[in-house]
Each structure stands twice: as C-alpha cells, then as structure tokens.
Design a binder for this molecule. Structure first.
Ligand code: NAD
Length: 472
C-alpha cells in the first residue's frame, strides 16, 4: 500500500518558461551546427518516421480508439495512411524540392543568373489538436523536417493517449537533439509561446489562434493558422441522390462523428427537394451504421464531457429542439450523440452561428439554389465549401463566387488527401497552408540570389549623372 502511494505523491515536473527557453537553446545549438540542413539528415528522419509508422501502427490505432473510440479502419484511412503517404511523398520528392529554382534575369542585370534558394527557418513550433491527433501532429512535423528545421511538437492534452504515444515514439525513433515533444495544456503551451520561434504552425480554434498570433507578433514570428469554420454543402435537385447521401455521410458522421474541421457543417437545398434528401440520408445512415445508430461500433464518440455538453446545448436550444427530424438521442455515459438532422432552424440559433464540430446536421431550405450563395456569404469564410450538382453553370458560379479555404464539387473531405493541392483556410478559417510541397515551402525561407560577373557595367547606372547621360 505504501509503495502504491509513492507515485501519486510524485508531482510531474512543471514545464515553465525557463524549461521552454532551455529546450529552445538546445534545439538552436543543433540547428546552428548545420546538422538538420543536410539532405542526409532530413532523409534519415523521414525514414525514421516511415519505420515508426510501419512498426507502431497498432499502437497508434489503439491510442486513437482510446481517445475517440475511433474505429480501426477509420483511424487507418484518415490518419495513419495519410501520414504514410505524406512521409513517402517527402522521401520521394525531397531532392527535387531542395533544388534551387532557376529564374530568368532581366536586361538591366545582364550578364547574370538568378535562383531561389529554399533555406530552413530554424527552430519551429507545431501546436496540434485532438480530433485527428496523430495526423495533425505528424503531418506538420514531416513538413518542418523536410525543410531542414529543428521542431517542437505540442500535441493536444484532450487526446492524452495519442499525446503520450507521440512523445514516446518521437523519443524512440527520431533525433532528439532536433525533434522534441512537449506534452501539456495551456500552461505548457503558454511557456512555449513566450519563446522566439522561427515559425509556428497552430491547428485548432480561431479563439486560441488569436492568442497564438498575438504571442508570435511579439517576436515577429510568422504563423500558419489551421482553423475551422462552418463548411456548407449545397445540394442541387439534379444529383444522384444515393451517391450524394453516401458522400455527405462520409464527410460528416463517418468522419470522426463530425468532429473534423472540413466536415459538412450544414446543408442548403431547395425546399421541395429536402424531404427526398432527408430520406436518402436516413436510408444510407442505416446502411452504414445499422438500425440502432447509437450502438454502432463504426462511429467515433464525442471526445470529452465538455464537448458533449456543448453539443447537447446546441440541440436543446428552444428554437432547435422542435426542428429535429431525425436522431437527437444522446448517451452521456458513452459520450455518444446519434446522427441528428434538424430542418430549417432560424439563422440566429447557436447551431447556425458557431461551428458545430459534431454529429448534428442542420438542413436549410431555399426557393432557388442560387439563394444559398447569400447564406454562405453572410458567414465567415469557411475552411471548405461543397456543392453537389450536375449543372455546369452552377459549378462555375460557385467556384467564382464562394470564397473558402478549399472547395470540392460532388464529394466531401477528400480534397484534403489530394496530392498537389494546398491545405489551408482563408480569413477566419486560417492563414497559410501546408501538405506536400506546400509544407516544404511553408517551413522554408525563399531566398533570392542573383549572381553577377565582373563584366560589362552600364555607365548609366553610376554618377555623375551628366547631361549626356540624361539625353540617353
Ligand atoms: P483548441 O484551440 O482549444 O486547442 C488546440 C491547441 O491549442 C491544443 O494543443 C491546446 O493545448 C492549445 N490551447 C488551448 N487553449 C490554449 C490557450 N489559451 N493558450 C495556448 N494554447 C492553448 O482547439 P480544439 O478544440 O482542439 O480544436 C477545435 C477547432 O480546431 C475547430 O475550430 C476545428 O475546426 C479546428 N481544426 C482545424 C483543423 C485544420 O486543419 N484547419 C484541423 C482540426 C481542427
């Protein structure tokens, strides 16, 4: 009995500003040695990550299941396999990314040549979130390493199993003189944010995004903010209904129970089409998750009691509770809320004002599908905007008129995994972007270099500015 008390009495060492400063000093020492800049070092670390992903897949999926009851296959598809492909793309392309980019020079600088050299920034900080706690931690780290930086990762305390696994794995598989994990919540993040980093990539809410940006501004540190927002899906009446319903479910309830930044937040459709769409959604939900949706093992739970009560509050608002046309069940013990559809809630309801980030789906109806544009534009610019239609004119108008981080026509969420596309928000949904080459670029400084020889100077360039020269 005495022995078992001892560990409880041992306080966890606090990570304060002093510790953060020492950690950064260590990383800068490594960075300044030039070690992280070499192609070989970057490759060795990326290979370390690839190895870790191969060897520890089960542990990663188990941690995701512990934190979110994320089904194994969903965890594999949406996190592990994405991290694998991000890592293998970096391994394949790094040589090419690192090559200086030749640029044509102008007549005035002839003879000369010019190039853009990508150089690492130094020591960078990645602050991650809980909903895809593995991928959204590792993907930015892959980018930071590819670009030759030292990096500290601060995973989310709301997903503690994944946070602790990341700390152990990174310690075991990567070079700890340059790549470190700091676990913790607000005090630890605040201690990190007091330091002068060379770049910060933050994923999470706009509220905390503002805190991060204000802290970074003190040091003139550039930031990438990966935030969220209310992502709309406009559904026209000419669609393949079954495919549309399946893809919307895929981007909502089968996507971490709607706890995803690019999850469909609400649907806009024509009044007369809404009943058909609702029926199709109900039908396909049952196909996906069985008759008793609350019992399905194929759907993640709500991450925490705080998030659960926030969602229940959205549903129980007077303006909303009588608009539920499907679902609405909740189980506080299991932190589960059934896939829920609400029809035509007023726009001033909380569920239409804040990002839902859960399994509730408002459907808003309009007379003409083009009326959807005004609704979307009345809200902050979303991280993603979706449209389902066969109408080419409508597609064109949507792309031209709706501003969002990313856009996907006739599907949901999979643009995020499309190689070659940047991922990031605009205005309230974020700033900057990453993924693949965009990650490399975001964690590099693009240095302009002009090479001249000692030949042929134009005398015009230098004083004295004689009347003869002026005539030329
Ligand atoms: P959050 O902002 O509460 O937490 C994210 C991180 O910030 C955590 O690591 C946390 O420890 C830290 N943090 C929290 N409060 C802090 C404070 N006061 N000072 C310093 N650090 C603090 O966000 P969340 O609830 O984890 O995430 C939900 C939001 O994230 C949603 O808006 C969602 O859309 C967005 N999101 C965006 C992306 C994307 O890629 N764009 C991905 C996932 C989630």
């Amino acid at each position: 009995a005495t022995l078992s008390v001892v560990p409880d009495l041992q306080e966890k060492e606090t990570f304060d500003g002093e510790k953060a400063s020492l950690l950064l000093k260590d990383l800068r020492k490594t960075f300044n040695s030039g070690k992280t800049k070499s192609y070989e070092w970057r490759i060795s670390q990326l290979e370390g990550i690839a190895k870790m992903l191969e060897e520890k897949e089960k542990e990663i999926l188990d941690a995701l299941n512990k934190d979110l009851s994320k089904p194994g296959l969903e965890g594999y598809i949406s996190e592990v396999s994405q991290a694998k492909s991000s890592c293998s793309e970096a391994l394949q392309e790094l040589k090419h990314w690192m090559k200086p980019e030749k640029v044509k020079t102008s007549f005035t600088t002839l003879p000369s040549s010019a190039e853009i050299v990508s150089e690492p920034l130094g020591a960078v900080l990645v602050i991650s979130t809980w909903n895809f706690p593995f991928l959204l931690s590792m993907d930015p780290v892959i980018g930071a390493i590819s670009a030759g930086n030292a990096v500290v990762l601060k995973p989310s305390e709301i997903a503690p199993a994944t946070s602790s696994l990341l700390a152990n794995l990174i310690e075991g598989y990567l070079d700890n003189s340059a790549i470190r994990v700091v676990e913790g919540a607000i005090p630890e993040t605040t201690a990190l944010l007091e330091q002068k980093w060379d770049k910060i990539l933050y994923t999470g809410s706009a509220r905390v995004g503002r805190i991060v940006m204000a802290a970074a501004a003190k040091h003139l540190t550039p930031v990438i903010l990966e935030l969220g927002g209310k992502c709309p899906a406009v559904v026209d009446s000419d669609v393949n209904l079954q495919v549309t319903a399946r893809r919307i479910i895929g981007g909502k309830w089968a996507c971490n129970s709607g706890q995803a930044c690019i999850s469909v937040d609400y649907i806009i459709t024509r009044k007369e089409f809404a009943p058909k769409l609702i029926n199709a959604l109900k039908e396909e939900l049952k196909q996906f998750f069985g008759e008793d949706l609350m019992e399905s093992k194929d759907m993640s739970r709500i991450v925490s009691p705080t998030q659960f009560s926030r969602l229940v509050k959205l549903l129980d608002e007077d303006k909303v509770s009588d608009k539920i046309v499907f679902g609405g069940q909740r189980d506080e013990m299991k932190l589960k809320i059934a896939p829920t559809i609400i029809l035509d809630v007023p726009d001033d309801a909380m569920v239409m004002q804040e990002e839902i980030f859960g399994p509730i789906m408002p459907i808003i109806t309009v007379e003409n599908i083009e009326d959807s544009f005004g609704i979307i534009k009345s809200k902050p610019k979303p991280l993603a905007a979706y449209l389902f239609t066969n109408n080419e004119q409508l597609k064109k108008a949507y792309v031209e008129n709706i501003s969002s981080g990313g856009m996907l026509i006739n599907d949901t969420v999979i643009h995020v995994a499309t190689r070659g596309l940047p991922f990031g928000g605009v205005e309230e949904s974020g700033m900057g972007c990453y993924h693949g080459k965009f990650s490399f670029d975001s964690f590099s400084h693009k240095k302009s270099v002009l090479y001249r020889s000692f030949d042929a100077d134009s005398s015009l360039r230098f004083p004295p500015y004689t009347p003869e020269k002026e005539k030329l």
